[in-house]
Ligand binder design. Sequence first.
Ligand code: NAD
Length: 460
Amino acid sequence: MFDLAILGGGPAGYTAAAKAAKAGKMVILFEREALGGTCLNVGCIPTKTLLYSAKQYANALQADKYGVCAEKVSFDYGKIQLRKQKIVRKLAAGIRQQLKDVTIVTGEAHVEKYAAEQVTLVVDETRYEAANLLICTGSVNFVPPIPGIEGNERIWSSTEALAAKQLPESIIIIGGGVIGMEFATLYMELGVKVTVIEAMPRILPNFDEEMVTMLQQRYAKQGVTFLTNTRVHEIKEDKVFFSEANTTTGGMLRADRILVCVGRRPDLTGLEALTTLEFDRRGIKVNDFMQTNLPNVYAAGDVTGKLMLAHVASRQAEVAVGRMLKQIPLQRIAYNAIPSVVYSNPEIASVGLSESEACQFFMEMEGKTAEQVADKYQVHKLPMTFSGRFMAENEGENGLAKMIIDSRTNTVLGVQLYGNPCSEFIAAAAFAVRMGYTLPEFQQVVFPHPTASEILKELL
Ligand code: NAD
């Protein structure tokens, strides 16, 4: 019997497997497709690879801004795709190496029988037993109930968009969230005509409004059309019929391809026999240590629906295995200090509370209006151009940095950044939020000069 069976080999699954095996546990991991899960195979890594090629191309087109002459700039999408595949292959080999002491079974596993001390799983006709189960089955694309989606060959999910060998001439992206904006960036930079349709009043509803407005204005200048507050009610072949929310005003647009990215849902395949497993509104219900309501069954990653981010998944997996191994001190996850990035160009990065979230938080806590709580928090704000390195490398860009401070305790509540390469230094801000740094403490940290990260000090 194995000590631990893991369902799913994405960031949660492989992180947990490596940690438990390192501690000397007998681990078996089931993966029906490829090790690395959505993140490595059809998510984070392939998109970042394609986006980097697109950025290189866009930079080459504007080389003149930096006094560099680049003529007849072009790209080969086939080569861009091949490079993506090569990187994915190399990283998959790295994961396999990390899991050399883990039994890996390729196939779709189903829980067959559950008892408090033993879980039986079956793949095809073969049975496996384990003392503990960790569910890391991830998530699948959510397909909204819009008539005309099913069976329409023009419709892409993000997985199909990533695999496409050729670029469309035009694309309508339904959903202006993180995935939608990453693909909008890719296609815009490679010269595809892009339209983004978003149901909410603004794209990227979870990010700082001012920064998102700057990004949207910039993309609009580059030719992207945004229809916000807009609902798609039908799709017929290449035609998308939409209307403005709560009105009958609407219209129709057509495009070569239609990309649907309106969120993801937990993947519960293989769990049918766990009839008493409890769920909350987002996914499998877990406590702070990733334990479900069933003794010896844990869950980590997108299947818990907490925050669908690969770095959250791997941290949740560490916590789950830590609990299973009875490691002390028991670790919890600081969900208030999870950094989050939109890989647009320029990038947006955020950790902790934004200005509007801080306002909302104090309004709810004090039962007062926005004006009445305005003195409860301070917003420090500065264009990124106050960083010399940012100026050197971002010709014609302004960028923006914000830090939100709790006036009562003088601690850092959140940081939002807009400008390249903010994804690379948001971790410094995450550290400050996680550790509850006060401003004087944060001011003692020395940032290397010249780097764009210095903006975090300039802000204060
Ligand atoms: P999302 O929830 O980020 O965005 C979906 C967007 O679609 C929302 O803005 C929503 O208002 C809109 N929407 C919903 N229904 C709609 C409809 N019928 N018509 C028009 N718009 C509609 O989801 P996503 O972008 O699909 O990403 C899925 C998950 O993957 C998210 O949890 C995301 O955080 C994660 N992810 C993260 C990253 C990253 O951190 N860089 C990258 C990719 C994916």
